[in-house]
Ligand binder design. Structure first.
Ligand SMILES: Nc1nc2c(c(=O)[nH]1)N[C@H]1C(S)=C(S)[C@@H](COP(=O)(O)OP(=O)(O)OC[C@H]3O[C@@H](n4cnc5c(=O)[nH]c(N)nc54)[C@H](O)[C@@H]3O)O[C@H]1N2
Ligand SMILES: Nc1nc2c(c(=O)[nH]1)N[C@H]1C(S)=C(S)[C@@H](COP(=O)(O)OP(=O)(O)OC[C@H]3O[C@@H](n4cnc5c(=O)[nH]c(N)nc54)[C@H](O)[C@@H]3O)O[C@H]1N2
Ligand code: SF4
Ligand SMILES: [Mo]
Length: 671
């Protein structure tokens, strides 16, 4: 007889909702994953893709043992080896590289395939710090906006999303909520029942735009102009809160002068919105309270992403929204729970912390460097052969015969194809770890739900064992996951973590950050002036370096996430592939001009490369804009390769961030 058991877990994916999961198990296998009904935010609801986690966890393609390359790079030819052999290959090669080229010739390449702190920023960091490896600037996601927001607000803190049921107007700006932040939609729907209006500002009439009460379709990258235009109208119409401005902000007079240069007619030309639409939007935002701004990644993946976010984040201060229940903004809330990173990562072990570093957006470029070459790459929690821009250079670098590449993953991803050694990773269901969300305010513990499959090892175990093989005898490499979780929580300088213990998390599964006792808004703003900075010394620089629109190619391509995949995760699951289409949306007049019909294959190309996709003609996109969604794995049979063959590795104005969406292409109908 079989018995079903039920377990609590945490969704490990790079998604703001960080859901609490209820896992059903039978005969040692996970049979069902659902939302935990007891978690205050998850409240029993999760997305469809994570309901397919049992299929992913027990997928026949899961990597189960280490492998070594037998053929040419790029060919997917591997043979099974033992962990002992794998460790021997890796450590002997690392030792040789360090001896000949120095430890900075070894580069870890990781992101947040698993958001657990122990397995994404824990033992791995200790290991590479102790080695003295080259530093990786982890900038591929949201650093442009994070830096921009910081200029205004000091750090990544916004309002508690649970409060947004009380908002009366909700502006979703560059965020595809229905696909990327499900529980914010649930709160917004509750607010709507209480009379709130939902506004979406986007370049694509996507499912989130269709759900909204008001949709403003703007030209890509024109968000900074729109923010200026709104501020212009707010000030002109006195829809601002002077008491709040005087008390909590600095630089209002200078801002006032700057926004004079953005009258509605000019902003209309820059954004593509009609003058009446600008008035309507400004009036809604300026006269309805409390108002909530949800700032997404869409506008940050442009060259002016820093400036746009910096300007948008001035809006709730002008209207005096901070401190009102349901009023304010939320770009990211990761700044509340500050782990004790010193204890976790031991930066003191690095012999040369200010040594060379590589921006992960420019990994392709970095791999071409012959003066100070990267000789080894250790990839985990990421799939650079799909997700990084300028793929032609990335792949060229990965093909280098003298580059020693190790990839640790659950599946044989496109990055593995270039690996010398492939290592099997556990799923998070097999690990002990701790999670925070960059949106809601709960810390959660994930205890293992099942035994490790095959010979899989967690990142924690892998780097701990590698440290021993490298003869790193520092005590911190003896730590257990539990020790490290206790270390992470032990941070007296983070008042919000105060009182949250391992024991409590083990008992309850989660704990809410203590925001009420240490309210940030609006008394304590962690900027230099201690105020919300409406003007900053950075502005002049940002205005000067504002990138002119470079329109050598007639179309701007926006290649964002889709609904059923999570970056390139899940893209190899047939049940989810079946619900998505690797198509490119094109406006009817552009299609007509190029004699293209829905279903035709078109080649998208620019100086960096070319990609072939099926066209779908739709008025949901504007003229001159092309939209494709999802990071699909390579499919040689269908001649479909990473969309990032077209995206540039130029960096954003702030934060050295990715500029995936400042991407210009031309098209040809394939014969
Ligand atoms: N289903 C699903 N969920 C995900 C992910 C996934 O891949 N799939 N990825 C996760 C990760 S890592 C992240 S960072 C987040 C990202 O999630 P979001 O913050 O939602 O960011 P994007 O989906 O990249 O873009 C959001 C919207 O911005 C629009 N946009 C593009 N350019 C512009 C512009 O210039 N101005 C304006 N106003 N809008 C623009 C796009 O059309 C899109 O609708 O989602 C996370 N959640
Ligand atoms: N064109 C375009 N490119 C983009 C984006 C876009 O919108 N458009 N979005 C960008 C953004 S916002 C982001 S955040 C990046 C995301 O880029 P990545 O962080 O590379 O995300 P994924 O593609 O999901 O790859 C994560 C990998 O980690 C593996 N993994 C999961 N758990 C573990 C584990 O515990 N251990 C190990 N070793 N591996 C594990 C997964 O199997 C998966 O292969 O992509 C960026 N690339
Ligand atoms: S991907 Fe996001 S919405 Fe889906 S279960 Fe995970 S945290 Fe929740
Ligand atoms: Mo991201």
């Amino acid at each position: 007889m079989t018995t079903k058991t039920y377990h609590r877990a945490v969704c490990p994916l790079d998604c703001p909702d960080t859901c609490s999961l209820l896992v059903e198990k039978e005969n040692g296998k996970i049979t069902k994953v659902d939302g935990n009904p007891d978690h205050p935010v998850t409240n029993g609801t999760i997305c469809h893709k994570v309901r397919k986690m049992p299929e992913r966890t027990h997928h026949p393609d899961r990597l189960l043992y280490p492998m070594k390359r037998t053929g040419k790079k790029g060919d997917f030819s591997f043979e099974r080896i033992t962990w002992d052999q794998a460790y021997e290959e890796i450590t002997s090669r690392f030792k040789r590289i360090i001896e000949k080229h120095g430890s900075q010739a070894i580069l870890p390449y990781s992101f947040f395939g698993n958001m657990g702190i122990i397995n994404s920023e824990g033992m791995d960091r200790r290991f590479f710090n102790r080695m003295g490896a080259r530093n990786l600037e982890r900038t591929i996601c949201n650093t442009a906006g994070a830096e921009g927001y910081k200029v205004t607000m000091g750090k990544a803190v916004g309002i508690d999303p649970e409060e947004t049921i009380h908002s009366k107007v909700i502006i979703v700006w560059g965020c595809n909520l229905i696909s990327t932040n499900l529980h914010q939609v649930i709160y917004a729907n509750k607010a709507r029942k209480n009379g709130a209006r939902i506004v979406v500002i986007d370049v694509h009439r996507n499912r989130t735009a269709k759900w909204a009460d008001h949709f403003y379709q703007i030209k890509p990258g024109s968000d900074d102009a729109l923010a200026f235009g709104l501020m212009h109208l707010l000030i002109k119409n006195e829809w601002i809160d002077r008491t709040f401005i005087n008390r909590y902000t600095s630089g209002y007079e200078d801002l006032q002068k700057r926004v004079e240069e953005y009258p509605p007619e000019k902003v209309s030309a820059l954004t593509g919105l009609k003058v009446e639409q600008l008035h309507e939007l400004a009036k809604m935002y300026g006269t309805i309270s409390p108002s909530f701004l949800r700032i997404g990644n869409g506008l940050q993946h442009h060259k002016n992403g820093g400036r746009s976010t910096r300007l948008i984040s001035c809006l709730p201060a002008l209207t005096g929204q901070w401190g009102k229940i349901g009023g304010g903004a939320l770009k990211g809330n990761a700044g509340y729970a500050e782990w004790n990173t010193y204890k976790l990562q031991r930066p003191d072990l690095h012999p040369n912390p200010a040594g060379p570093s590589t921006n992960m957006n420019q990994i392709g470029l970095a791999l071409q460097d012959t003066a100070d070459p990267i000789k080894a790459l250790f990839i985990y929690n990421s799939n650079p052969a799909q997700v990084a821009p300028n793929q032609k250079l990335v792949r060229k670098g990965l093909m280098r015969e003298d580059l020693f590449t190790v990839v640790h993953d659950l599946f044989l991803t496109d990055s593995c194809r270039y690996a010398d050694i492939v290592l099997p990773a556990t799923s998070h269901f097999e690990n002990l770890d701790i999670y925070k969300s960059y949106w809601h305010l709960y810390i959660q513990l994930n205890e293992p739900v099942m035994a490790s499959l095959g010979e899989c090892k967690s990142n924690f175990t892998l780097f701990k064992e590698l440290a021993a093989r490298m003869d790193y005898d520092d005590e911190c490499f003896q730590d257990t996951e539990e020790n490290m979780i206790r270390d992470a929580l032990d941070n007296s300088s983070s008042p919000y973590l105060n009182g949250i213990t391992f024991e409590q998390l083990k008992k309850d599964g989660w704990a809410k950050l203590k925001l009420d006792e240490t309210t940030t808004f609006p008394e304590k703003i962690p900027t230099a002036s201690g105020k919300i900075e409406l003007t900053s010394s950075v502005d002049r620089l940002l205005d000067q370096t504002k990138h002119p629109e470079n329109r050598e190619k007639p179309f701007q391509l926006i290649s964002g996430p889709n609904h059923q995949f999570l970056n390139s995760t899940f893209s190899n699951q047939k049940s989810l592939q079946a619900l998505e289409k690797p198509v490119v949306f094109i406006h009817p007049s552009d299609a007509e001009f190029r004699n293209i019909q829905s279903g035709d294959f078109i080649e998208l190309f620019n100086d960096l490369g070319s990609v072939s996709l099926q066209a779908e003609v739709t008025e949901d996109v504007s003229e001159g804009v092309l939209i494709t969604q999802g990071l699909w794995w390579d499919d040689a049979q269908k001649e479909r390769y990473s969309i990032n063959f077209l995206t540039s590795d130029e960096l954003s104005d702030l934060g050295k961030g990715a500029t995936f969406f400042t991407c210009y292409v031309d098209i040809n109908k394939s014969s």
